[in-house]
Write a protein that binds this ligand. Structure first.
Ligand code: BDP
Length: 707
């Protein structure tokens, strides 16, 4: 149980679940090994052997209505069974699943859909569900992608599970077994494309041998119906040709990208498209040439168009800010840059928008850009990798966070306009839309560096397919598939998971102040003062008496005015701003009273203690599962839970001490700064260790540690 099989373990179904009559064979209507229909047959065979111990043969035809699991597209099915006139209501990638006694039919709108249906059936079997069903299911959106921030040298930006499974030393790795295994996992959750290299891209990706290497990745993805996409470095023409420009309107630059794109499609005819980060965090872009972001995006969109490719263009564009300019607000940047360009993007451009206006913080309001682009296709960008959220060393089940965003009603034109309907293209009737999850899997056998973190990847795919799905049901499917059927295991992991995001918010940054993490580099431990005096525009604006960023139109940066009127007035008014976003929108005294009746500072103290206590309780909860768990995963998770419990204390004390020192306001419960029972490492008799002063001071008690 090293985690490699994730939720596709096909563990034997415990006794008591078995059902007597099973279909007696598998009929796969395409026997070419690169076909997802062929893969579906293989996967069913392997899964049923594991789950039920039956070794079914695979054949390519059988009389209709026979005892068989039949897999194929609707087209293939109706061709073979000429009397059949089955036309389930399917859209692209959708499938129809029918289980009637020993006749099971899994028909896809396309081959990828067939494989999705096979995985759905296997998931039912693995969970002991033998019910009779017959239904079609279709995706919420065509774009259900992951982004991997893998560098060509094999490192991964914000990856916490070892080096890349795709790249090493400037090239594509020779052994792509893990890449194929990853595609299998993704197909089982209906993710249909992967951007394999970092948004902070490198022009070397475009060298002929690397295109060939990317072609090899696409080859191992293909049997799983997963398409490959790639990130581009905007200034590439000026790096790999003798051009001295990368101006998107220069005909030589246009020719370069057209030719390069043709070359790539020659090797990878089904390439999904490109992802471009331009004019952001030092990346070059069209603005260097006084061209608009839309002109920059359309350069690639036009090159992709003849091949059916999609250009994902990131809305994460902002400038370094001058901290002394109190009206400067990075949260406003995306709307400022993109709203004036609405309607200027080609039809195969999708603007990829992070869920909040800043950057994957523990709590952010919805990015107002979703309400500001009516004539542009959009997709939401989420992070499965927990960059600001504990980096897989803290357990956080993310779907409840995602749901606060996707279920949010932006009230465009004063009527219902849920983010999930905007980003899927439905609301503004756009041809494209969907989601990109930044996953950053690595070579670690657990994929993400932590067994429990995989619930987030599983849930990402399930939600991308259906944003109305329930996070708890998804979670419990994942638990059964990953850890088995024991009710205590299911209940305990559910309880931990559902308590996890609120706990992390409590001890890392609450009331909308953002994750008070080290903002300048690691994004990991507490470092509240790094939030101010930096050009990155993530500011607490805390002083001796008050805290929070006034983003109102009347007194602040004007950010709240970027929302449609009903939402703008909700946030403009301190009395209607929800407490959990109070400090995002308003600058208040520490003594300001929340709707709970507590002061802001007392809430800070209490929440940090409560959050740390919850994190501590996870250790005991996990220990209670020891009798029902394999040692390998039990030990691995226990180690992480103990780390989290300790790190939550570091967080608690760092943040409470910091604001206690700054405000001088005592904790009503007398806890902050008083831990008489604590034994400091530096007070012990030391041999082989030295005491050293820690900076920032509040990350260690007494500002000292041992080394
Ligand atoms: C920031 C990450 C950085 C990414 C950037 C992005 O720290 O590594 O390159 O976002 O999304 O949060 O482009």
């Amino acid at each position: 149980e090293d985690g490699l099989q994730a939720w596709l373990r096909y563990a034997p179904l415990p006794r008591g679940h078995h059902r007597s009559s099973l279909p007696s064979r598998i009929v796969a209507l395409n026997d070419s090994s690169s076909s997802p229909v062929y893969t579906a047959g293989q996967e069913l065979q392997k899964g049923i052997l594991g789950i039920l111990g039956e070794d079914l043969e695979i054949c390519d035809s059988a009389p209709a209505g026979n005892s068989a699991i039949l897999v194929g597209t609707v087209g293939q099915y109706n061709k073979v069974y000429q009397d059949a006139t089955l036309h389930p209501d399917l859209s692209e990638d959708g499938f129809w699943l029918s289980t009637q006694g020993t006749t099971v039919r899994i028909l896809g709108q396309n081959e990828r859909g067939v494989l999705y249906g096979a995985f759905e059936y296997l998931s039912m079997l693995a969970q002991g569900n033998f019910s009779t069903v017959e239904y079609p299911t279709n995706p919420s959106a065509p774009i259900r992608w992951t982004n991997e921030w893998d560098n060509m040298d094999g490192s991964i930006e914000r990856g916490f599970a070892g080096n890349s499974i795709f790249f090493d030393d400037g090239a594509i790795v020779a052994n792509l077994t893990r890449a194929a295994e990853y595609a299998r996992l993704l197909a089982s959750i209906r993710v249909n494309a992967v951007i394999v290299n970092n948004v902070n891209a490198n022009y070397t990706t475009l060298q002929p041998d690397n295109i060939e290497g990317l072609g090899r990745i696409a080859d191992v993805f293909r049997p799983y119906g997963v398409q490959l996409g790639m990130s581009l470095y905007f200034a590439s023409p000026a790096n790999i040709t003798n051009l001295t420009t990368y101006d998107p309107l220069d005909s030589r630059v246009i020719a370069f990208w057209n030719d390069k794109t043709d070359e790539i499609y020659q090797r990878i005819p089904d390439m999904a498209g490109y992802l471009v980060k331009a004019n952001s965090e030092g990346q070059p872009g069209p603005i260097q040439y006084n061209r608009t972001l839309a002109q920059g995006a359309n350069l690639f969109a036009k090159a992709l168009k003849p091949h059916g490719g999609i250009l994902m263009f990131r809305a994460f564009v902002y400038d370094q800010l001058n901290e002394s300019d109190w009206k400067a607000d990075r949260a406003k940047a995306a709307v400022d840059y993109f709203q004036p360009l609405d309607g200027d993007f080609d039809d195969n451009v999708v603007v990829q928008i992070k869920y909040g206006p800043i950057d994957f913080q523990v709590r952010e309001p919805v990015s107002p850009l979703f309400a500001n682009l009516r004539n542009t296709s959009t997709a939401i960008e989420l992070q499965v990798t927990q960059e600001y959220l504990g980096q897989q060393c803290h357990v956080i089940y993310l779907p409840p966070l995602w749901k606060t965003i996707t279920n949010f009603d932006l009230r465009v034109d004063n009527s219902t306009s849920l983010v999930r309907n905007i980003m899927t293209g439905q609301h503004f009737d756009r041809p494209l839309g969907g989601s990109a999850g930044v996953v950053n899997v690595g070579q670690n056998t657990t994929w993400l560096g932590s067994h429990l973190a995989m619930s987030n990847l599983y849930a990402y795919g399930r939600l991308a397919w259906d944003w109305t799905a329930d996070p708890t049901e998804i979670l419990q499917d994942w638990i059964r598939l990953t850890f088995g059927h024991n009710q205590q295991v299911i209940d305990t992991i559910t309880e931990m998971s559902l308590a996890s995001w609120p706990a992390y918010e409590n001890y890392s940054g609450n009331l909308g102040i953002q994750t008070l993490t080290d903002i300048l580099y690691t994004h990991f431990g507490p470092n509240p003062q790094s939030q101010d005096n930096n050009g990155w525009g993530q500011w607490t604006r805390a002083d001796k008496a008050s805290i929070g960023m006034d983003r109102t139109v009347s007194n602040g940066t004007g950010y709240s005015g970027q929302y449609p009127p009903e939402i703008a007035s909700l946030y403009e008014d301190i009395s209607t701003t929800p407490d959990d976003l109070l400090l995002w929108f308003h600058h208040v005294n520490y003594t300001h009273t929340l709707t709970s009746g507590k002061s802001v500072i007392q809430h800070f103290y209490d929440a940090h203690y409560a959050g740390a206590l919850t994190a501590h309780s996870f250790v005991g909860m996990w220990e209670s599962l020891k009798p029902y768990m394999d040692t390998e995963r039990y030990d691995d998770v226990l180690f992480r839970q103990k780390f989290q419990a300790g790190h939550a204390l570091v967080w608690r004390d760092a943040i409470t001490n910091f604001y206690h020192n700054l405000s001088g306001i005592p904790d009503e419960a007398g806890r902050v700064g008083h831990h008489p029972w604590r034994i400091e490492a530096e007070s012990m008799r030391l041999s082989g260790y030295e005491i050293y002063a820690v900076a920032p001071f509040e990350t260690a008690s007494n500002a000292t540690a041992i080394v």
